[in-house]
Design a protein around this ligand. Sequence first.
Ligand code: ADP
Ligand code: MG
Length: 283
Amino acid sequence: MLMKQLETTSMVLLHHHLKALRLPTITAECEKLARQAAADNADHLTYLLQLCELELLERERKAAERRLKAAHFPTLKSLESFDFSARPSVNRLLIGELARCEYIDRRENVLFVGNPGTGKTHLAISLAMAACSRGYRVRFFRLTELATLLMEARDERGLLGLRARLAKLDLLVLDELGYVPASKIGAELLFDVISSAYERTSLIVTTNLPFESWTEVFGSERLTGATLDRLTHRCQIIETKGESYRLRDAKARISKPATDERGGSAAGREPCQRDTEGGKTSS
Ligand code: ADP
Ligand code: MG
């Protein structure tokens, strides 16, 4: 009876100490694992090691989840769901190497250039997600979104704060450079982000604009030249040549319904279903 009381008291104390030490997984698992260890005749150090491993694994899982959330991806895309055979201009080996993130350690950039629908955003998100899972701090912006944020921050004198947050990143994704020409001030603020990132934070930029047309975005030749200079110095430029994946997909479905037994339902499929199917082609 006294023994039982002692056990309960020490369990209460133990839970209190573990909570103070912020070890939630050990708190949750220690009793179950203790019974297991007793049954297995495991020694104390083995038991302690198991508990520490569980705590670390859970911490890493939570941190990865937080990094993914903090990156603000519009959708999640994986490299596994990218159909490289549909985009022969994209070198699968190079993308695989980039997914290992060594370019981030070298503070290099990646630029995806190509027409709409050719998989630029898909590849950018996949690489950025790979970086998240390796522990890098990542943030994704559509360029117009960042331009707006910068303008707002400027009005609220919050630019310093925003700059400080951007400076903490390992990888910054700027998606869709060139869809909407930025205003003169917006262009200067964007240029400022790109110059501050230079040799400190890696950038992944996607654009449908050939370099000749970048002046339309940045307004002046001087700013365009300076931006391109910083961006493309130590940079992998990847061209996603060819026609839109969605278009190709739709065409394939239209041209094949008679030969495809499930043609009726295939033709009626929503193009966006691709995303959840892992991007398999019907050809
Ligand atoms: P972009 O950014 O070049 O305009 P996206 O990356 O947004 O193009 O691609 C459009 C859609 O087509 C997305 O849903 C994307 O997942 C899909 N997609 C594009 N290329 C491929 C591919 N090679 N394999 C699988 N899905 C692709
Ligand atoms: Mg895109």
